[in-house]
Design a binder for this molecule. Structure first.
Ligand code: EPU
Length: 417
C-alpha cells in the first residue's frame, strides 16, 4: 500500500489550480443515466470515487469513458436494476443510483451501504422521500428493494434534516416523475445548485436549488447536455489552511470564493491576509494566528468536511479553542492521530477543546477517512521532522494529485510504495 512521507517545516508558496468538485461530480455522473443521449461532463477530478462511479455506470449499462478530466457518456444498453454489495460498499454515494434508476426503470435493488468511519450514515431520509413519490420499499437479504408500480408521482416532501445525498437523490428521481415535487428543508450546498444546472440543461424543470425549497416539474424525457463541474470548495479550503499552518502564501486559481466564504472569514479573523477576486483567492500568513471556535453546520455554515483541517490549524495557535461537530455523530477519528504529533486535544461529546502547543513533531500516522487524512497531511507539513502517513487510499478518493500540488508549493513530500 502506498504511503506519503513528509519532512515538515517548509513554508508553502506559489499558486495552484483547484480541481473540479468530487461531491458535485458524483451526482452529476449519476444524472447521465437519466437520458439516452450523449452527456459530456468536463472538469471532472481524477479520483478513486470518480473511477468507481464510472465503473458503476458501465456495470448498470451506461457506456461512460473518462479521458483526462472529461467524462463522455453515450447512448446506453438496457439498464440493470441491481446494485450489488461490491459496488456500493466502495462508496456511500452509490446510493445515488436509486433516483435515476427509479425514474428510468421504476425499480432498483441496492445493497444497504452500511456505516463508515465517520458514522452510521443511515439512508432513512432518502427512503421516506421515495415512499412519498409512490415507491414501495422492502429490505431483504441486505438489499433495499424498491418498486414504483405506477411510476413516480410528484409530491411535497419535507426532510427532517437537509441531507445533501437525499436532496440529490430526490432531484434525480423527480425530474422524470408525473407532476410537481417540492423538497422542503432541502440541502443548500453549492453542489445542489450544480446538479440543478445540469438537469435543467438536460431539459428538466428544477428551480430553487440553493434555497430551502426546491420545486421540480416532472417532464417526459431528458436530452443530452455538456456541463462543467464547479470547483472543489473543500480542496480549496484545505490548501488555504495549509498556507496558514506553514506560515506561507498561496494563490488558488479556479475557485468560487463565495463557496468558502465562512472559511475565508474565519482565517481572516485568525490573522491571515486574504484577497478574494472573481475566481482566485490569495492567502498570506503575516502574523501569529489567534485561536477561534467553530461549529460545523450545513451550508453556508462551517463545513464538516473542513473540521479536521481546522483542528490541525488550531493545534498551533496560542490559547484555547473549541470545535463542535454538528453534522456527523462520529467524526473525530483524526483526534488520536493528531495527538501523535503532539497536539493537545480533549474530546467531550461532540466538542473538542484544543489547547494550542508551541510545535508539532513528525510522527507515523494512519488515515481513517478522507478529511481526517487531509488534517494529518497538514499537521505533517508543519511538524518538525519526518512523518509517515499510511492508508492514503482514503486521500486518493478526494484530493486530485495531492502530493504533486503540495510539491509544486514547495512541500518536501513523496509517495512511496
Ligand atoms: N443522515 C441521516 N439519514 C439520511 C441521510 C443522512 O440520518 O437518510 C445524516 C447522516 O448520517 C449525517 C447527516 O445526516 O449525520 C448528513 O448527511 P448528508 O446526507 O447531508 O451527507 P451525505 O450526502 O452522505 C455529503 C458529502 C459528504 C459531506 C456531507 C455533508 C458527498 C458524496 N458526500 O454526504 O462529503 O460531509 O454531504 O456536507 O457529497 C467528504 O467529501 O469527505 C464527505 C464525507
Amino acid at each position: 500500500m502506498d504511503k506519503i512521507i513528509i519532512n515538515g517545516g517548509k513554508k508553502l508558496k506559489g499558486e495552484i489550480k483547484i480541481s473540479g468538485s468530487k461531491n458535485s461530480g458524483l451526482p452529476i455522473l449519476f444524472a447521465a443515466l437519466l437520458t439516452d443521449e450523449p452527456v459530456t461532463i468536463t472538469n471532472v477530478p481524477s479520483l478513486a470515487d470518480i473511477d468507481t462511479t464510472v465503473a458503476f455506470l458501465n456495470y448498470i449499462g451506461k457506456k461512460a469513458v473518462k479521458k483526462g478530466n472529461t467524462v463522455k457518456a453515450s447512448p446506453s444498453e438496457q439498464y440493470k436494476h441491481v446494485a450489488p454489495y461490491d459496488l456500493v460498499r466502495k462508496m456511500r454515494a452509490s446510493v445515488l443510483i436509486m433516483g435515476p434508476l427509479l425514474a428510468r426503470l421504476g425499480k432498483v435493488d441496492v445493497s444497504l451501504p452500511g456505516g463508515c468511519a465517520i458514522g452510521a450514515r443511515p439512508i432513512d431520509i432518502h427512503l421516506e422521500a421515495f415512499k412519498k413519490l409512490g415507491v414501495e420499499i422492502t429490505v431483504e437479504g441486505g438489499f433495499v428493494k424498491t418498486h414504483a408500480k405506477n411510476g413516480l408521482i410528484g409530491a411535497d416532501i419535507e426532510f427532517r434534516f437537509p441531507s445533501v445525498g437525499a436532496t440529490e437523490n430526490i432531484m434525480l428521481a423527480a425530474v422524470l416523475a408525473k407532476g410537481k415535487t417540492r423538497i422542503i428543508n432541502a440541502a443548500k450546498e453549492p453542489e445542489i445548485v450544480d446538479l440543478q444546472d445540469i438537469l435543467n440543461k438536460m431539459g428538466a424543470k428544477v428551480k430553487g436549488a440553493g434555497t430551502k425549497i426546491i420545486t421540480i416539474e416532472g417532464v417526459e424525457k431528458l436530452h443530452g447536455a455538456t456541463h462543467k463541474v464547479i470547483p472543489d470548495r473543500i480542496e480549496a479550503a484545505t490548501y488555504l489552511i495549509a498556507a496558514a499552518l506553514t506560515k506561507g502564501e498561496v494563490l488558488l486559481k479556479s475557485v468560487v470564493p463565495e463557496h468558502i466564504q465562512i472559511v475565508i472569514d474565519k482565517l481572516e479573523k485568525a490573522g491571515m491576509e486574504i484577497v478574494s477576486k472573481k475566481d482566485t483567492v490569495f492567502a498570506k500568513w503575516v502574523k501569529e494566528l489567534k485561536p477561534d471556535n467553530i461549529a460545523t453546520e450545513v451550508y453556508p455554515g462551517f463545513p464538516t468536511d473542513v473540521q479536521a483541517q481546522w483542528m490541525a490549524l488550531m493545534s498551533l495557535t496560542k490559547g484555547k479553542s473549541t470545535i463542535t461537530e454538528n453534522v456527523f455523530e462520529n467524526r473525530f477519528m483524526h483526534v488520536a492521530e493528531l495527538q501523535r504529533f503532539g497536539a493537545n486535544l480533549a474530546v467531550s461529546g461532540n466538542t473538542v477543546t484544543v489547547t494550542g502547543v508551541e510545535k508539532l513533531s513528525g510522527a507515523p500516522v494512519m488515515v481513517s477517512d478522507l478529511r481526517a487524512g487531509a488534517a494529518l497531511v497538514l499537521a505533517a507539513l508543519c511538524a518538525e521532522g519526518e512523518s509517515v502517513v499510511t492508508r492514503i487510499y482514503h486521500l486518493d478518493r478526494g484530493y486530485e494529485r495531492l502530493e504533486k500540488k503540495l510539491k509544486q508549493l514547495g512541500a518536501d513530500i513523496k509517495r512511496v510504495r
